[in-house]
Ligand binder design. Structure first.
Ligand SMILES: [Zn+2]
Length: 347
């Protein structure tokens, strides 16, 4: 399936090439094509009101989709192929991106602030996010009330993000939740497309992570007291008992662990929970580590979310329960930054 990426005249060709290179780095059925920049005279042909587009403060969604359609007509692009217009012209609702059928626009402003240095990662993520949403029938008009758009952050591709920093969070989770996977099945989204979207998400996630590891970063120590209260540096982490239990368990553990092997650590996890909760309950822990249940994902999310609210973007990756090597989880922080009370390590 072809995805044609173009931009309004004020954007440079380098951005289109960068974005396409990043997206094409994972091989699959989606083919991202770096198209020519829309010239001012082409824009004028699409609508004569666009002759002053660079001086306009903001434009409507309709105008932006009109530009997509204009590009489609100028280049004779089929209705089933995607057209993506990158633009720094603000839209009236100040959304980062939106889609209508197979037309997508993406706001190119400020992405460099959240992925550090290179804006392409945030933009690439918006491209695949909108492709996925379009394929499951989400568009700009129904996004505000669609049951598969998550207004409570879930780390899923369909999280509705109010801030660009929230996008960084779902980018790091590189996940499509079960509910949205089921929706894709309902809409008969080709499994090859789903796999390719997942691969691209995973690739972006890895590259952003690499980018952050190359920075000169100052890390602070995580301290766990005997009751399981968590501090990073001087900051108190506000986390409920179950997310705390998972966090402390993974912090204690040096190697990545898959969901299916968590049951081997049942006693250890229960031991931590008893200390953190003051009572503990083996049924709750059975649920927590059930590889087919929702509790693990939800509580991992809560733990990661609490941490991402507290720390700078460049260091968050060291402290969260991260997914590595396909379905294995661990916290990458090295031992020297951990200080855990014996009460929570001796089981
Ligand atoms: Zn979802």
């Amino acid at each position: 399936m072809n995805i044609h990426i173009t931009c309004t005249p004020e954007i440079t060709n380098t951005l289109i090439i960068d974005v396409c290179e990043e997206l094409n780095a994972s091989k699959g059925v989606l083919n991202f094509i770096a198209s020519d920049i829309l010239s001012q005279s082409q824009l004028n042909k699409i609508d004569k009101n666009f002759n002053k587009i660079k001086t306009i403060d903001s434009v409507s969604f309709n105008d932006l989709f009109k530009i997509c359609d204009g590009f489609r007509n100028l280049n004779d692009i089929n209705d089933d192929e995607f057209v993506v217009v990158l633009t720094s012209i603000r839209n009236q609702l100040n959304w980062f991106s939106a889609c209508e059928k197979r037309n997508i626009f993406i706001d190119t402003n400020d992405w460099d602030k959240f992925t550090g240095k290179n804006p392409k990662y945030g933009i690439c993520y918006q491209v695949i996010e909108n492709i996925f949403q379009s394929l499951i029938g989400i568009n700009y008009e129904n996004a505000g009330r669609h049951p598969n758009v998550h207004f409570e952050k879930d780390g899923c591709i369909n999280d509705f993000c109010k801030k660009k920093l929230d996008v960084a969070f779902k980018l790091r989770m590189a996940d499509i939740c079960d509910k949205c996977q089921q929706e894709a099945e309902k809409f008969n989204v080709d499994i090859d497309i789903m796999n390719h979207i997942q691969d691209i998400m995973e690739n972006i996630r890895k590259n952003v992570r690499k980018l952050n590891t190359n920075e000169n970063i100052k890390l602070e120590k995580v301290t766990i007291d005997r009751k399981g209260n968590i501090r990073i540096g001087k900051k108190i982490v506000d986390m409920k008992e179950l997310p705390s239990t998972l966090f402390i368990f993974f912090l204690n553990h040096q190697q990545p662990i898959s969901k299916t092997t968590l049951k081997r650590y049942f006693n250890k996890i229960l031991g931590i929970y008893e200390k953190v909760d003051g009572r503990g309950n083996s049924k709750t822990i059975e649920k927590l580590i059930d590889p087919n249940g929702k509790a693990f994902r939800q509580n991992k999310w809560s733990a990661n979310h609490a941490i991402s609210q507290l720390l700078k973007e460049s260091v968050v990756g060291y402290y969260i329960i991260d997914e590595v090597e396909g379905n294995k989880y661990f916290i990458s922080l090295s031992q020297e930054y951990k200080e855990i009370d014996d009460n929570l390590t001796l089981f």
